[in-house]
Design a protein around this ligand. Structure first.
Ligand code: NDP
Length: 383
């Protein structure tokens, strides 16, 4: 039996994780499940998996959660402190799958107790960067990447010395607007942006995928996780999303990880690590797929990867500013307040006006994130 906590249990990554656990029920004991507003689903999952505790981030919803769990013996809790407390409870594995920087404090709590963390919540690592890696080093925590690209790289690096790496290539589907000309991008709607051609994901990451901010955040994530330097990280558009990433070594060998576009594959590798486990995913049928193609990203139409690289080069607090500005811009786009191409323009604007000192601790990161959000919102208001 292994114990597991899932931060962001009601989301897309949470559902994929629980689907795998459901198929191997006897092996897992669920400690904590967390959510934000989807109380009914949180309570349903907590009952199904006999969780020890269910937590909503929204304090006002505690009575509703208590009522939904009445008679189950499952603890109900609410608020950010309760999320952190739940994440700090001992568990053999914690899946960090809250969307956005809201996941930072609970992810840090799981890291600080020295646990093994399956990290999906890339925004937390992008924002906290060295502060998070410092906590990992101090506590002896293990970070296992869930993101399909980083999970692929992790697998391709296994058993090799990263000193021999010549180049790491992150692949990108290019999103739903990959082939759209600039004048059409201006008209892109939220409904079109969340309809990803290959992956079924939450709304925020779907928009990030359409703008290519997802790949920009992933570039920064890879920079922190694999420590090979920005000059040895590149992005290639690969529309089929079959090759999830590649590592080229100094002898000219390139190792790639291939698989179906289904997050249960990287999640299974994290759940079973360092072993392997079965998944219900169809095996890859390369003859049916026929062709795999690759091309350079177009940073004129999709400036997000350029902005992310610049933020990483500037270092310090700039990735946290980029992430916060993007979260605000994506929320405004999804609410119909700004157009699609304004997302990157807005992030660039915020980056050019706010350059705080590098954060030293979690409180500093949280303060930079809050101030960057405040400025991003203020800049959106009509003059
Ligand atoms: P979803 O939007 O589907 O789910 C987000 C989860 O976070 C939900 O459980 C949601 O609760 C919870 N949540 C939202 N806001 C808050 C908050 N303020 N405080 C606490 N919890 C909150 O997202 P995804 O599952 O798609 O993505 C989760 C993370 O994984 C993201 O960082 C994403 O970039 C990353 N990721 C996702 C992939 C995917 O395929 N989906 C692939 C690779 C990485 P509720 O449902 O109650 O709102």
């Amino acid at each position: 039996m292994r114990s597991i906590s899932i931060l962001g249990a009601t989301g897309s990554i949470g559902a994929s994780t629980l689907d795998l656990i459901r198929r191997d029920r006897g092996r897992w004991q669920v400690t904590a499940l967390t959510a934000n507003g989807n109380i009914a689903e949180l309570a349903r999952l907590a009952r199904e998996f006999s969780a020890q505790v269910a937590v909503t981030a929204d304090e006002a919803r505690l009575p509703e959660l208590r009522e939904a769990l009445a008679g189950s013996g499952i603890e109900a809790a609410a608020g950010v402190d309760a999320l952190v407390e739940a994440a700090a409870r001992p568990a053999d594995l914690t899946i960090a799958a809250i969307v956005g920087c809201a996941g930072l404090a609970p992810t840090m709590a799981a890291i600080e107790r020295g646990g093994t963390i399956g990290l999906a919540n890339k925004e937390a690592l992008v924002s906290a960067g060295d502060v998070m890696l410092g906590a990992v080093a101090r506590s002896g925590a293990t970070l296992l990447p869930v993101d399909s690209e980083h999970n692929a790289i992790f697998q391709c690096l296994a058993g090799n010395d990263s000193a021999h790496v010549r180049m790491i290539t992150l692949t990108a589907s290019g999103g739903p607007f990959r082939d759209w000309p600039q004048e059409r991008l201006v008209t892109a709607t939220p409904a079109q942006a969340v309809r990803h051609p290959n992956w079924n994901m939450g709304a925020k990451i779907s928009v990030d995928s359409a703008t290519m901010f997802n790949k920009g955040l992933e570039l920064i994530e890879a920079w922190h996780l694999f420590q090979v330097g920005l000059d040895r990280l590149r992005i290639l558009v690969h529309p089929q999303s079959i090759v999830h990433s590649m590592v080229e070594y100094r002898d000219g060998s390139t190792l790639a990880q291939l698989g179906p576009s289904d997050m249960r594959v990287p999640l299974a590798s994290v759940l079973a690590w360092p072993e392997r486990m079965d998944t219900p995913c169809d095996p890859l049928d390369l003859a049916a797929i026929g062709e795999l193609s690759f091309r350079m990203p177009d940073e004129a139409r999709f400036p997000a990867t350029r902005l992310a690289r610049q933020a990483a080069e500037a270092g310090g607090a700039m990735p946290a500013v980029l992430n916060a500005a993007n979260e605000v811009a994506v929320a405004a786009f999804l609410a119909g307040q700004i157009g699609f191409t304004r997302i990157a323009a807005h992030v660039e604007d915020v980056l050019s006006r706010y350059a705080p000192p590098a954060p030293d601790c979690l409180a500093d990161v949280v303060a930079v994130d809050a101030e960057a959000r405040h400025r991003a919102l203020a800049l959106m208001e009509p003059a």
